[in-house]
Design a protein around this ligand. Structure first.
Ligand code: PGA
Length: 280
């Protein structure tokens, strides 16, 4: 079943444990009446332990912002998937920042995705084209390349566990990624088009029933103001939110909008949280 998912990607923005725990507490408290939405936040690795302790008994789940694909060994500076799995349910992979700033390739991302699935972490696989790639008419080709590069040949049962996040690079509120272009959210028409490209690729590769079960969320300058029109689209099953996830005040209204709009859809969103882990 598709999941309604709202994720908060904190990037390297919250650098104090006290602050991280306090924001997470506020978000968790606001979630008690919004059980239809699966919500996670991805604090920095160094804050995960404390935030995990604070929100353990709540509906708020945690995500890693990345990980390595070896479980253990002489890999200075890397995060083991096993360490991560002690603290989080989700892991963000293939985000445009590691892809475009640190040169992560589709194959590298695929290795991590396979490892995440093997150990029962839910991968949130990010995809997206740059402004230049879009201008040159290459959006579809880039998305197909990224999808094929990380997902081709995956077992259907594993595919069903993955969440895809379409995040056009030009929409991500990041000046390093977009030094020369105006940063703006995708319009509903643009987002609908690209989400359809992604779902069509999934249909082709895995068949229509499987494609219909996969959540495709949108990310890139989403906030409480524009969430309504984006989440109103049938092809959008939630959001991955950066800047607007850094306080409960900004984040909770987006979650409420998602709960309200998505609950009234015909899509089957009865996804049981106990199917979170493969091996359960
Ligand atoms: P933004 O970031 O909402 O700040 O644009 C989204 C993301 O990069 O996940």
């Amino acid at each position: 079943m598709r999941r309604i998912v709202i994720g908060g990607n904190w990037k390297m923005q919250v650098t104090s444990t006290t602050e991280a725990v306090s924001i997470a507490d506020d978000i968790a408290q606001g979630l008690s009446t919004l059980s239809s939405v699966h919500v996670f936040i991805a604090p920095s690795f160094t804050e995960l332990y404390s935030v995990n302790k604070a929100v353990k008994e709540t509906q708020l789940k945690l995500a890693g912002q990345n990980m390595y694909y070896h479980e253990k060994g002489a890999f200075t500076g890397q995060i083991s998937p096993l360490s991560l799995a002690n603290l989080v349910d989700y892991v963000i992979l293939g985000h445009s920042e590691p892809r475009r700033i640190f040169g992560e390739t589709d194959e590298f991302i695929r290795q991590k995705l396979l490892k995440a699935l093997e150990i029962g972490l839910i991968p949130v696989l990010c995809l997206g084209e740059t402004a230049k790639e879009r201008e040159e008419g290459n959006t579809k080709a880039i998305l197909h390349q990224q999808l094929a590069g990380s997902l081709k040949g995956l077992q259907i049962e594993k595919m069903k566990m993955i969440i895809l996040a379409y995040e056009p690079v030009w929409a991500i509120n990041n000046k390093f990624l977009n030094p020369d272009t105006e940063i703006r959210p995708a319009t509903p028409i643009e987002a609908n088009e690209t989400h359809t490209i992604i779902r069509d690729w999934l249909k082709n590769e895995f068949g229509a029933p499987v494609a219909e079960e996969i959540s495709i969320i949108y990310g890139g300058s989403m906030n409480a103001q524009n969430a309504k029109e984006l989440l109103a689209l049938d092809q959008i099953d939630g959001g991955l939110i950066g800047g607007a996830s850094l306080s409960a005040e900004k984040f909770l209204p987006i979650i409420r909008t998602a709960a309200h709009l998505l609950e009234n859809r015909s899509t089957d969103y009865r996804w049981e949280s106990n199917t979170l882990r493969f091996d359960e």
